[in-house]
Ligand binder design. Structure first.
Ligand SMILES: [Zn+2]
Length: 346
């Protein structure tokens, strides 16, 4: 479990977590649901009702009201931001930029449904910590580290299940983007390494996500058999731990889906897909509902949902598809690069 604990990124303010629970006051945001508040502070909604004498079937609370919460997590301050719509904005883009859900932005904080016009004033309730991380990610350079000058291109030969890796390239250290679990298990084709970094850099830049992204198994230096994996042989497969919530529920098991930040997971997958260099993302069927919900919440189009996520059908065409055992990590398979003549896409 400690493997997932991220050191705060450079220049970021680490959120302080009091050692023991204490009473805090939470100011209710417009349209905020009791369950959202409960999740935020890792308490039950029943406790919230009890502490604040709310009637369970018709909880009476309104925006601006202060609710008493007994929590270990400290207050999460949200700042009210006045935002002016710019050219090229959409509800989804603005929501992504500030790390909020599109539903909150569009329907709870700004009671306007349809098209945006340039200059239109909007209210965004931005979580202070998230906003700081987002700004840090923007200020931070997110370099893509390529092959050293003159080095032979690392090529994928054959298929992921039977092939091997020629001139295997080790994933370069790149703290701004990711953490490498085991350098000896982190070889791939040059093409896959570039696409991997591009996807993560775009994701961090667009979302401001500043927590850890842990790269687990890729391939070994020369590719070939790499137990216990069936594939991972030709330098195009990358296992990535699912991004974790900032404040996962205290009682959730180390690899529980309750710890996963599904919105970030969706956006990371979307960034990979947008590179056009991803063949598949393997994820257990049991996780796909949560992913699908996050994507819908994020304003993904029907066409994108159909094209990217296998759930709710059993379509053979979607990019995210079921493979056993992928519950705490996703397995990204990159495409063959243009120079890889012996690479078999499959
Ligand atoms: Zn894998």
């Amino acid at each position: 479990m400690r493997a997932f604990a991220a050191p705060p990124a450079q220049g970021l303010v680490a959120s302080t977590t009091p050692a023991s629970a204490q009473w805090i006051l939470h100011e209710v945001l417009p349209g905020e649901l009791l369950q959202q508040i409960a999740d935020r502070y890792a308490v039950s909604s029943q406790s919230l009702e009890r502490w604040n004498k709310l009637d369970g079937t018709h909880p009476v609370y309104r925006a601006g009201q202060k609710l008493r919460v007994y929590t270990q997590l400290g207050t999460h301050t949200r700042d009210k931001l006045h935002y002016e719509v710019r050219a090229g904005d959409s509800w989804a883009r603005i929501a992504t930029r500030f790390g909020v859900s599109q539903r909150d932005l569009q329907h709870r904080w700004n009671s306007c449904g349809g098209a945006l016009r340039v200059g239109q004033p909007l209210i965004v309730w931005v979580e202070r910590e998230t906003h700081e991380r987002e700004q840090a990610a923007r200020a931070e350079e997110l370099p893509i580290v390529s092959l050293p000058e003159g080095a032979a291109i690392a090529q994928s030969v054959g298929s992921p299940g039977h092939g091997y890796l020629q001139n295997g390239m080790q994933l370069p250290k790149n703290d701004a983007l990711y953490t490498i679990r085991n350098p000896e298990h982190s070889y791939a084709s040059s093409h896959a390494i570039e696409a991997l970094q591009t996807g993560i850099a775009n994701f961090r830049r667009e979302t401001g996500f500043a927590r850890q992204i842990l790269i687990a198994d890729m391939s070994v230096e020369e590719g070939g058999r790499f137990g216990p994996h069936h594939s991972h042989r030709s330098g195009r497969d990358v296992d990535i731990a699912l991004p974790q919530k900032a404040d996962p529920p205290k009682n959730a098991q180390p690899e529980s889906p309750a710890r996963v930040d599904w919105l970030a997971t969706w956006r990371l997958i979307k960034s990979f897909v947008d590179t056009d260099q991803v063949r598949y993302v393997f994820l257990s069927r049991s996780c796909q509902l949560a992913l699908y919900r996050a994507a819908k919440d994020d304003g993904a189009s029907h066409a994108d949902l159909l094209r990217i996520i296998q759930y709710p059908g059993h379509g053979k065409a979607a990019i995210v598809r079921h493979a056993h055992g992928h519950t705490s990590h996703m397995h990204v398979r990159f495409r063959c690069g243009p120079e890889e003549t012996a690479c078999e896409e499959i």
